[in-house]
Write a protein that binds this ligand. Structure first.
Ligand SMILES: Cc1cc2nc3c(=O)[nH]c(=O)nc-3n(C[C@H](O)[C@H](O)[C@H](O)COP(=O)(O)OP(=O)(O)OC[C@H]3O[C@@H](n4cnc5c(N)ncnc54)[C@H](O)[C@@H]3O)c2cc1C
Length: 411
């Protein structure tokens, strides 16, 4: 039934008709999605339109974590979209999760970011790399409401991951963790985190290991919420990010994820996934900015015409449409064909395009574009963050260049 509604080709339409379809239905790429992916897209879109969109501005202004919204999303199964069914997940593919994140972010960027990080950087990691015992303990509850985090960054190790200073010292059947992680999204509300630490700083990236750490463990202290420009408690201002101080935290050896020394590889592989999530998040924000701009331009009159009839506004809207669609195509491609090059390229393009689209949106709304009574300035703040977290755009470009030259045997 869903396929019947969505399998409409846009091939024979001209650009303005095509844009109309994109904006009103956002179904340009959906003829490439299978029935399961379409169903999850519809589910997330319906929830986003009905519940998230009307609440997004308030959540952002109050910097309030979207507790109720995440509870609903948990009930929809989307806090374990790719997790195996035996651990309470939906067992779907990355593209299903990406379209869900896109739709939720279109309704509320903060909520979309929480869902993205929990799934792509925590739940999928435990689901794919955890032992059965680890999955039982660190996954079962995490599809039912508990929130997971990814604690890689530190004050002196953001882009430079190999410079991690948090230490892991073996003590019998335990590891003892000491150090400080920074910018850990959802750590204030979260129940566990994948924490990366070094057991031998001399080994640099080869000395890293990953541990699953309950955030109520003795010696774990949460810092204060970072006050950010965008995504509410963090960058979408309703998202929360904070430091995690680890003082002699005793972690059973059974909570080490993968062998000691595999931490860097685990982090990089998971970031390949995480970047698909952030790219999808950016596409949702960009789509929301395009929606906002068109809806405003349709109503606003200047020089006795609706703004949509002014060539410069039409031109901006057309640019926005193209930016959204190119980012979406790269993101969906990265979700179906996962590689560092594809996910870095998707994140690079989606983050930059979302920022450009949101900038156009602010411009089209004129003075109102800067007012908190309208959505444009929020879209701009939310979009900007997608070029920072999950790896800055400069690093994504370096990664794409590296793999490009490798393909040509030209390194
Ligand atoms: C809202 C938010 C949420 C976050 N959530 C998490 C989270 O959940 N978990 C987590 O682990 N981290 C998280 N982070 C941290 C985030 O991933 C880092 O901020 C990011 O990787 C950049 O690191 P940095 O801030 O230390 O910047 P730096 O590494 O200091 O980089 C600063 C700038 O220097 C330049 N630069 C640095 N290195 C290079 C290079 N090799 N080549 C070219 N240019 C370079 C770039 O212009 C870059 O923008 C979050 C951050 C924010 C803002």
């Amino acid at each position: 039934m869903i396929a019947g509604i969505f399998f409409k080709s846009t091939k024979s339409l001209n650009l303005s008709q095509c844009m109309k379809v994109l904006v009103s239905q956002n179904r340009s790429y959906t003829n490439k999605l299978n029935e399961q992916q379409l169903a999850i897209q519809e589910l997330a879109r319906d929830y986003a339109n009905t519940y998230l969109k009307p609440r997004a501005s308030k959540l952002d202004l109050e910097g309030r974590f979207p507790f109720d919204e995440i509870k609903h999303i948990t009930n929809l199964g989307l806090m374990g979209a790719c997790v195996d069914e035996e651990y309470g997940g939906l067992g779907r593919d990355y593209l299903s999760l990406a379209v869900a994140v896109e739709e939720l972010s279109r309704g509320c960027a903060s909520t979309g970011m929480v869902v993205s990080i929990h799934n792509f950087l925590y739940a999928n990691l435990v689901n794919e790399k955890g032992t059965p015992e680890q999955k039982e303990r660190f996954l079962g509850d995490y599809t039912k409401g508990a929130i997971g985090c990814f604690a890689l960054s530190e004050p002196d190790a953001g882009s430079d991951v190999a410079n991690i200073k948090t230490t892991a010292r073996r003590d019998g059947d335990y590891w003892i963790l000491n150090g400080k992680k920074s910018w850990v999204s959802s750590a204030i509300e979260g129940s566990a985190a994948a924490v990366f630490a070094t057991f031998d700083p001399e080994l640099k990236h080869k000395g890293l290991a990953c541990f699953l750490v309950p955030l109520d463990a003795e010696g774990v202290f949460r810092g204060k919420k970072e006050h950010l420009m965008a995504v509410a408690v963090v960058c979408a201002r309703a998202v929360t990010a904070c430091d995690l101080q680890l003082d002699d935290v005793r972690v059973p050896a059974a909570c080490a994820l993968g062998p000691a020394g595999a931490g860097f590889r685990l982090a990089m592989e998971q970031l390949d996934q995480g970047r698909i999530g952030i790219a999808a998040h950016a596409v949702g924000i960009a789509q929301a900015a395009l929606d906002t701009a068109i809806n405003y331009a349709k109503e606003r009159v200047a020089f006795n015409k609706n703004l949509t009839r002014l060539p410069s506004v039409k031109d901006r809207l057309t640019d926005m449409c193209i930016l959204v669609e190119t980012a979406r195509l790269l993101t969906y491609r990265a979700a179906t064909d996962v590689s560092t090059k594809n996910s870095s390229m998707a994140k690079y393009v989606a983050g930059r395009n979302a920022t450009a689209v949101a900038d156009h949106c602010v411009q089209i709304l004129g003075g109102r574009g800067l007012s908190v009574k309208y959505d444009a300035e929020r879209h701009y703040r939310d979009a900007r963050g997608t070029q920072i977290y999950g790896g800055v755009t400069d690093i994504q470009k370096r990664l794409v260049g590296h793999y490009l030259l490798k393909e040509y045997d030209a390194l």
